[in-house]
Design a binder for this molecule. Structure first.
Ligand SMILES: CCCCCCCC(=O)SCCNC(=O)CCNC(=O)[C@H](O)C(C)(C)COP(=O)(O)OP(=O)(O)OC[C@H]1O[C@@H](n2cnc3c(N)ncnc32)[C@H](O)[C@@H]1OP(=O)(O)O
Length: 258
């Protein structure tokens, strides 16, 4: 998973207001904010598409967003609301955006390729690689998500809405995709806390299935840093906290190869 974090000795991001400090290590600052993402998570006004209520008790109908896509160096920030977002996702986004106002939380930008998170990367524009979580061209059919990081709490929250192309059991999200969001959220939190990491171990208890089109929250905390080892815990729950979808622990290893 690739969180919208810039590292290495590249040119600094242009936007200072939205910059995210990564664990006090000045080599690891986030890309210009108004987007998000970590190595694999990847990640206006558009017309509402599939996200109408799929069944009784299903997600709230989508609405038309009035926000415009944010562009950094011409790259779209995919973490911003679009018309495929349900009201629940939009409400959560508004809630965390509000929390960013005192500086405790930062929204992370999210582009659809890894190099777009690294300003000045000479590979920018030369690769066709897409981030795993941002590899579909149509809004709403895959993963819609936005991450927020709280440095003091070493906590990363990812609000997300899985689309119809991510089906596992009929009508429900594939467990591998749930794992991806956990990996991305916990890994992103580890990256923001200590810098570049690889996932070494991920243990997941799946508690309840996630309905496609619903809104969920992955909430991860770095519990301990022991040398290069970063221990995390993550819970995935419904937008209203009434249901727990999954609980996980993850071990990430700091790497100098990223
Ligand atoms: C930028 C945002 C990133 C977000 C998260 C990234 C999500 C991803 O999908 S990453 C891609 C998937 N992961 C991978 O491909 C990683 C593949 N594995 C590897 O490359 C290596 O095994 C790697 C990097 C994890 C560790 O290798 P290496 O750097 O040589 O460390 P190594 O010396 O083996 O281990 C370091 C410590 O971690 C421990 N450790 C390593 N792996 C594990 C494991 N699976 N379980 C428990 N402990 C482990 C070791 O025992 C060692 O402990 P200690 O220091 O106490 O002796």
């Amino acid at each position: 998973m690739y969180v919208g974090v810039t590292w290495g000795t590249r040119a600094p991001a242009k936007s200072t207001s939205d910059r995210l400090s990564a664990g006090g290590n000045d080599r690891h600052t986030s890309a210009a904010m108004l987007s998000i993402c970590a190595r694999h998570t990847r990640g206006g006004i558009y017309l509402c598409n599939y996200l109408t209520t799929q069944r009784a008790g299903g997600p709230a109908p989508c609405h038309v967003s009035t926000s415009q896509p944010s562009l950094s160096k011409g790259h779209r920030d995919y973490s911003l609301p679009n018309a495929s977002w349900s009201q629940n996702l939009q409400d959560l986004y508004n809630k965390y955006q509000e929390l960013t106002k005192n500086g405790d939380w930062k929204r992370l930008p999210s582009y659809n390729t890894s190099v777009h998170h690294r300003e000045g990367d000479p590979m920018d524009g030369e690769r066709e690689n897409r981030l795993f979580t941002r590899n579909l061209d149509k809004d709403g059919v895959g993963l819609e998500y936005c991450m927020f990081y709280n440095k003091a709490e070493k906590r990363m929250v990812c609000i997300f809405q899985p689309g119809p192309y991510l089906e596992g059991p009929p009508g429900f999200l594939h467990g591998g995709c749930t794992a991806t969001m956990i990996d991305s959220t916990a890994g992103g939190g580890a990256v923001c806390t200590v810098g570049p990491v690889f996932t070494a171990n991920l243990n997941i208890d799946y508690r309840n299935p996630i309905l496609l089109g619903s809104t969920a929250i992955a909430d991860s905390t770095v519990e301990k840093v022991d040398g290069r080892k970063v221990y995390t815990r993550c819970t995935v729950r419904g937008h209203d906290d009434k249901v727990v979808y999954a609980e996980a622990t993850g071990l990430f290893i700091k790497s100098s190869n990223l």
